[in-house]
Ligand binder design. Structure first.
Ligand code: ZN
Length: 274
């Protein structure tokens, strides 16, 4: 392996060979933030930060990314687009988020329909219309009847439902202008990003999971009422509300302060060489 990979995790869930994993230990003074500082002095190629919970960790992650390290981390937000306002709300400067962030992936786990008792059925035409599907196209949905294999639940195993937002010049401009998550999402959709509801629907149509599971993880209601916009989902995870930002014309605010970034990089280089 010619890449130096280091992680800082709380807790280390899987021990991996060939990767150095640092366990957060607040009592011994090892936090995400100072664990990261120690790691950066070893100049790794790839860094994985278990979770960004505070501005200090967020800032070091950004510093690491801006000084040529490939940084992965996790955040609790409602969706991928929400990560941008979340980082800014935590206190990271918008120009740093715009410069350091390359992409955001969000995932939730959906239960898979049990393969032993899986059966198809004809969904209500109104339900199909809600998802912009043609009721005359003979589309089937799937469900588990419940059997011994799945202890009567109709589900067996789990599958990840994902969305990926890759940063683009337009998204960087929206980041600089502190645009809200839904504006970022709209732009990402216009540029071809696939969202969780798209991925989930694909898995429903393929019979991997049920429309009920899709509803549970995406928050899209599946009753026969007219199509409702997606609402934040209650998953039991500590989801954080998206930050609110003041309104002002995007272009006015969207000036990528390259000088700011350069100054910042110099500062970090200096800081790392101490
Ligand atoms: Zn079953």
């Amino acid at each position: 392996m010619d890449k130096n990979i280091i992680t800082v995790e709380d807790p280390v869930e899987y021990r991996l060979r060939l990767i150095r994993q640092v366990q957060v230990n607040a009592r011994a003074g090892v936090t995400f933030a100072n664990g990261l500082r120690a790691i950066l002095r070893q100049d790794p190629d790839i860094i994985m930060i278990g979770e960004i919970r505070d501005v200090e960790t967020a800032e070091i992650a950004v510093q690491a990314a801006l000084t040529g390290h490939f940084v992965f981390s996790t955040l609790h937000t409602n969706d991928a687009a929400g990560a941008i306002p979340r980082l800014i709300h935590m206190g990271v400067e918008p120009f740093l988020v715009a410069s350091a962030l390359e992409g955001i992936m969000a995932q939730r786990l959906a239960r898979k329909i049990c393969p032993q008792c899986r059966e198809s059925y004809d969904p209500e035409p109104l339900l199909l219309e809600n998802f912009h599907l043609d009721p005359a196209a003979g589309i089937k949905f799937w469900r588990g009847r419940g059997c011994e294999h799945c202890r009567g639940t109709g589900y067996k195993g789990r599958v990840a439902v994902m969305e990926l937002v890759a940063m683009t010049p337009a998204l960087r401009r929206l980041t600089l202008s502190k645009a809200p998550g839904d504006e970022i999402k709209e732009q990402a959709r216009a540029e071809g990003a696939v969202f969780m509801e798209d991925d989930a629907l694909e898995k429903v149509l393929a019979g991997v999971t049920s429309i009920e599971e899709m509803s549970r993880i995406t928050g899209i209601k599946v009753d026969l009422a007219p199509a409702a916009p997606a609402e934040p989902v209650e998953t039991g995870e500590p989801l954080l509300a998206p930050a609110a930002f003041e309104e002002s014309p995007a272009d006015e605010r969207a000036v990528l302060a390259e000088k700011d970034v350069e100054e910042y990089q110099e500062k970090i280089t200096h800081w790392l060489s101490r």
